[in-house]
Write a protein of this length. Structure first.
Length: 265
C-alpha cells in the first residue's frame, strides 16, 4: 500500500529536519517492510533538492515527489519547474492535476494530459489526481466530469505504451468537496468511483488507485478495507510525522504481489 504525504505550501528546513528525524527510526523501517507499505513525500519545489538529499543521506525508505510540474520542458517561462529540472536533482515522481491546482490556478484537463505526456516520456512517475466538485455530485454529473478528466489521460498512457514507454503511473481520487472539509466520501461512493475508473477505460496496465479527502486516524482503517484502493494521498493530517506513522500502524498487513516492482522511483 502506498502512503503519500502532500506537504502543500508548508514546512521549513527546521521542520523538515524534525520530520525526517521521526521517520529515521528503525521501528518505522521494520513496520513498513512487515506491512508492505511504501511512503512518499510531496514537497514544494524550493525544498525538493534538500529533502531528496537528506532522505538519501539518512537512508530513509521514503520517495520524494514534486507537487506539480510545468507544461514546458525548458525556456523563457519564469517561475516554472520542468521535468528535466526534477530529474537533475534526482526527483522522479510528481503529483499532477491536484484539485487545488485546478481550482486556484485554472489548470485544465488539457494541461494535465500535457504534463502526463512529459512525465511519462521523461521517466518521472505521474500521480494523476481527479475528482468531482460538490456541484457535480449534487447535479448527478460526477461520472461525466470524471470521464472528461480521465479519458484523455488514459489515451495518453496507451499512446506511451505503444511507443515503448513503460513509466509507471498512479491515479488519486480526491473528491473536491471532501478535501479538508472533515467530510469523507462514503465507502460505497469511493468503491463506485474507483470501479468506474478501473473498468470504464481501456487501461494498458491495471491502474493503481489512491484516495485523498479528509483521511484521518478515525477512518483510515475502514478506508483501507476497500480492496479497490492501493493507498492514500493525505495533506494536512500528515504534516505531523507521528500521525503518518500512527496511520501506518493502523493499516493491516498488505500483500505486495499485486504491484510488485512498481514503486515511486
Amino acid at each position: 500500500m502506498y502512503l503519500v504525504a502532500n506537504w502543500k505550501m508548508n514546512m521549513s528546513r527546521s521542520l523538515i529536519d524534525g520530520y525526517l528525524e521521526v521517520l529515521s527510526s528503525e521501528a518505522m523501517f521494520g513496520m513498513l517492510e512487515e506491512k508492505g507499505l511504501s511512503v512518499a513525500i510531496a514537497a514544494s519545489h524550493i525544498y525538493l533538492d534538500y529533502v531528496n538529499r537528506e532522505v538519501h543521506r539518512r537512508n530513509i525508505p521514503v520517495r520524494v515527489l514534486a507537487q506539480d510540474v510545468s507544461t514546458r520542458l525548458s525556456g523563457a517561462f519564469t517561475g516554472e519547474v520542468g521535468v528535466p529540472n526534477l530529474l537533475d536533482i534526482g526527483v522522479k515522481g510528481s503529483l499532477l492535476g491536484h484539485s487545488e491546482r485546478r481550482r486556484f490556478f485554472r489548470e485544465t484537463d488539457e494541461d494535465v494530459v500535457t504534463k502526463t505526456n512529459l512525465c511519462l516520456n521523461g521517466g518521472v512517475v505521474p500521480v494523476i489526481c481527479f475528482g468531482e466538485s460538490q456541484s457535480d455530485r449534487e447535479t448527478g454529473a460526477t461520472f461525466e466530469t470524471l470521464q472528461t478528466q480521465i479519458e484523455p489521460v488514459c489515451q495518453e498512457i496507451v499512446r506511451a505504451r505503444e511507443e515503448g514507454i513503460y513509466t509507471p503511473f498512479y491515479l488519486a481520487y480526491e473528491p473536491v468537496w471532501a478535501i479538508g472539509s472533515g467530510v469523507n466520501a462514503g465507502l460505497e461512493d469511493i468503491q463506485e468511483v474507483i470501479a468506474f475508473v478501473c473498468k470504464g477505460f481501456s487501461w494498458p496496465d491495471p491502474p493503481i488507485c489512491l484516495y485523498g479527502g479528509s483521511v484521518g486516524l478515525d477512518n483510515i482503517r475502514e478506508l483501507a478495507s476497500l480492496k479497490v484502493l492501493s493507498g492514500f494521498l493525505v495533506g494536512s493530517a500528515w504534516l505531523d510525522p507521528h500521525v503518518l506513522l500512527h496511520s501506518a500502524k493502523l493499516l493491516p498487513k498488505m500483500e505486495r504481489s499485486t504491484h510488485e516492482g512498481v514503486r515511486f522511483k
